[in-house]
Design a protein around this ligand. Structure first.
Ligand code: AMP
Length: 477
């Protein structure tokens, strides 16, 4: 998963982009980068968090009123700085791009780009495939008189050729600012504006929370298959290109996006409350009577508190979190992951001691977190422990940019709920039902491939194989 931002303003935009990236840091901490255009592209990127990458940033050399920023969370592709975004090419136009998502037919694209266009890609990063595919389409147009129709036609070809999830922002040097989404609209991308003395500044970002911080007004989300081009006179052009049945990633609402973001006119926090209330209905049917409901901080707060409200059971903060520890989920080996969960979370003893505790997390993937939590709660004296997952059983890897590990490590791929309960050592395990989740999103078609295995785009097999291969390689290191 990644976070992207693009700003088309009047003054230098670098500071604003870096500040914006800080608000998207939860979407990726592996690398960060910026590009600004001012007659030529100036790029700065590196491995690590925004603070680390921009610690010694030479701001004075980054003048420019149009720019892009990116934070990366590596899925396919290495975590090395060479794969960090943005990336840029000089031919046929100066083009720079950032994207969020994951391309699934990359082998085919790489082969095509080489065989048909003699472009040999030196990166495993899929944004290069999108950028070069766009460049090869633009190359076919009248380079001196590139029109908006030419640009849209080229993007449409990209949407026909590139399969997977992508929400991309592009600078076309001396022409304007382009954003486009894949035909399914899998990843979020919002458009905003700010009125200044010099004129209207436009921006695109992965999440609206960025706009809150930077003082932009949220205009709208990009629709599936939509492309928006803002020309140098700041006129906005938009068109729906290739479009399919929408499949917005529901895991954005469950876990990934910040709770204060608004995506498709829905506040993420409110979505979590809705899911929590639905979970409460299922929980009620179990006849279990917990004394308290606690959350696994922080993403589960709204699920847990909404459930508690609905069931009339007190909500408490029963686990303290150390906010200064890295991410346990992507720590490569299992032993390290377990240790990290222990360092990250600690039961608040008097809250849980001698009580029947219902503990809510957003998801169970490998079960590392949940198993350790159950152990810790027992050690702290909890009488009974009911583990509740706000998402349905995760059974399949995500090929669209969220790290869901590989199938062999995903608990619910191989075990039934009662076996999972035994493995976790809990007295009950309750998952949200997939049917309930789908029912909650009757009016916003979602991608639920990680629960159902129904991958909306083609070529998922290719991506699944690559994820397996990459995992094997990283296990060997
Ligand atoms: P696991 O320990 O493998 O079962 O992972 C579940 C825990 O990781 C939950 O506490 C989630 O909040 C968190 N989580 C779930 N999906 C992801 C993800 N894609 N990236 C990082 N953390 C995640």
């Amino acid at each position: 998963m990644c976070g992207v931002i693009g700003v088309f303003g009047y003054d230098n935009v670098a500071t604003e982009i870096i500040n914006g990236l800080q608000t998207l840091q939860h979407r990726g901490q592996d690398s960060a980068g910026i590009v600004v255009f001012n007659g030529s592209f100036k790029m700065h990127k590196g491995s690590g968090t925004v603070t680390n990458v921009f610690k010694h940033f030479p701001l004075e050399r980054f003048a420019g009123e149009i720019g892009l920023g990116h934070v990366r969370y590596s899925t396919i592709g290495s975590t090395e700085a060479v794969d960090a975004q943005p990336i840029a090419v000089n031919y046929p136009y100066g083009l720079a791009m950032v994207h969020n998502g994951n391309v699934v037919n990359f082998n085919e694209l790489r082969r095509k780009l080489y065989e048909e266009h003699h472009r040999l890609l030196d990166t495993s990063n899929d944004v290069a495939l999108i950028l070069y595919t766009l460049a090869t389409q633009l190359e076919k147009k009248d380079l001196r008189n590139l029109s908006v129709d030419d640009i849209f036609d080229s993007v449409q070809k990209v949407q026909e050729i590139v399969q997977g999830a992508y929400s991309a922002i592009t600078i076309i040097a001396n022409k304007g600012f382009l954003a486009f989404a894949d035909p399914y609209g899998i990843r979020p991308l919002v458009m905003g504006r700010k009125f200044t003395d010099k004129g209207v500044v436009y921006a695109f970002a992965s999440e609206s929370t960025t706009f809150d911080f930077l003082g932009y007004e949220l205009m709208r989300d990009l629709k599936p298959g939509e492309m928006i081009f803002i020309d140098n006179d700041r006129h906005i052009h938009s068109k729906i290109g290739v479009t399919k049945q929408q499949a917005f990633c529901v895991f954005e609402y469950i876990y990934f996006a910040r709770e204060d973001s608004v995506i498709h006119n829905r506040l993420v926090a409110s979505e979590r409350v809705r899911m929590g209330k639905r979970l409460a209905e299922k929980f009620r049917k179990t006849g279990l009577e917990p004394d308290i409901i606690i959350d696994v901080p922080n993403s589960a707060y709204f699920f847990a508190s909404a459930m508690a409200e609905e069931l009339g059971i007190p909500y408490r903060r029963g686990l303290a979190k150390n906010y200064h520890i890295g991410r346990s989920f992507i720590t490569p080996n299992q032993q390290e992951r377990e240790k990290m969960v222990r360092q990250k979370l600690n039961p608040i003893r008097d809250i849980v001691c001698c009580k029947k505790v219902a503990v809510v997390d957003d998801s169970i993937v490998r079960g590392t977190t949940s198993k350790r939590i159950v152990e810790m709660l027992r050690q702290a004296g909890a009488k009974e422990i009911y583990f509740i997952s706000a998402s349905p059983p995760v059974k399949h890897p995500c090929v669209y940019g969220i790290d869901m590990s590989v199938k062999r490590e995903i608990l619910a791929s191989h075990y039934e709920v009662d076996e999972i309960r035994r493995y976790l050592g809990a007295d009950a395990v309750i998952y949200q039902d997939l049917e309930d989740l789908i029912d909650l999103y009757k009016d916003l078609p979602i991608c639920h491939a990680c629960f159902s295995g129904q991958y909306p785009t083609g070529a998922a097999e290719e991506a699944l194989e690559a994820i397996e291969k990459e995992k094997l390689e990283s296990d060997r290191v």
